[in-house]
Ligand binder design. Sequence first.
Ligand code: ATP
Ligand code: MG
Length: 495
Amino acid sequence: MTHSLRHADATPYASSLIEGLRDFGYSLETSLADIVDNSITAGARRVDILANTTGEHPWIAVVDDGSGMSEQALVDAMRPGSRNPKEDRLADDLGRFGLGLKSASFAQARKLSVYSRSENEGICATWDLDEVAKSNAWQISLQDAFTHPAIQNMNGPSGTAVIWRKLDRLDGGYRNSAADRARTINASLSQAEQHLRLVFHRFMEGARPRLKLFLNGRLLAPIDPFAESNPATQFDQPDDLPLSKGIVGIRCVTLPHHKKMSKVAWDETGGPDGHLKSQGLYIYRADRLIIAGGWLGLTRQTELTKLCRVKIDIPNSMDADWKIDVKKASAQLPPVVRDRLRKVVERFVGTSKRTYRKRGRKLVDEQRDVMWGQIKTDENIIFRPNLEHPVFEEFRDRLNDDQLAKAFNNCIALLGATLPIETLHADLLGTSEAVISDPVALDALRQQIEALVPKLLERNIPEANIPDVLRNDDLIKANWADAEPIILEFLGENK
Ligand SMILES: Nc1ncnc2c1ncn2[C@@H]1O[C@H](COP(=O)(O)OP(=O)(O)OP(=O)(O)O)[C@@H](O)[C@H]1O
Ligand SMILES: [Mg+2]
């Protein structure tokens, strides 16, 4: 028997395969970022994201002033798989698969039009998934005379507009009212806005940024995840790793304590999930952020390390080793990099935990009259109300009764013994900044001051220094505006 090699036609069915392109797992933010990638690669200096969400037929467009495409280039660009991922690319090319334009767009819209102009000639190509479903053909439509509100302000000699219509995935369904649809799309858009400000921050920074990104005419400001312009940010020495295909830049950065940042900057660097979840690795591929936070299994996200971030830079020549995905939203650490990072992160995270602990101890040691003592045993750290605190002492004196004094001590001890550690811990892991101690009433503050001042005088602290010494007390410091007049008044009365 002879074995002859035969072939059969296995052309994919357009109508089914193209629907599959919709489900790479894009969100609106990753889709928009993928389109903006293309604009940056095309040399755009200005990108406008335009959205009409209130009309009966909402649309979203990304309009750039980049190099644009000729008709042939446009037809090629519309082809799924227009480039081979194995092809080498220029160092500043943010693309890789020849898929992003299509997969990112179809994830949000059933109708994708790309209008492009180069050398003042404009042409528009459109994929309409409903047409493909009917014809089952890989066929786009071309239009020379194309008009759309999104391209009204494209005045330059070249540029490209990517227009999404039939936003079936974004608007919550056509059964919604127009107002509900607008609200749903706008909510996704404002989340996407934060993402874009972060992902492209390096392009948007500086007095003459490489890229100006607008959302409906509003210039977006970059969000720098390392708060580099804040003088309190700490940079370690770089730990760069030279490899055959280029250098992997590695640098550990410690964010400033939230008290040293504006609330806006703190919230923005923390992102929608907060600082605990945003600590970790920040990986840039050709200056574009692809991973923002998380330790990729190198260590755990803890409250003690939540200000730790590692800045990692990789060139696009290493894509295959890093298993960059189509969305540019995930990557895996190549083994050599993982080994180096494991050491770097271990050291970094270890130092950070030690400074935190030291800081904690120091604060307590500095003051003798703390209300809560911190008792360390080999295994445990116990928080215990300090029964010797002047406020307690003074009150027992006033009781002038041993039985009552004992009962009072028991009350305070019970308070200490029932400190809700578990709840505190859980809440701190959530949003630690939101966990605060109870604001003190003026009357209680007065009692604290009136107990402390005589103690200090007993210790021969000159009267003139007493306000300064009292200011070391956390409670008094935090309520200084209220405390100062009480102190001065009390000192005056005791003259
Ligand atoms: N805004 C644009 N301006 C000029 N050319 C563009 C623009 N958007 C896309 N192109 C062209 O279309 C091609 C296809 O884009 P697409 O996003 O599908 O793939 P890619 O960017 O090459 O790779 P990836 O799948 O990784 O994004 C690009 O390679 C580029 O040549
Ligand atoms: Mg692309």
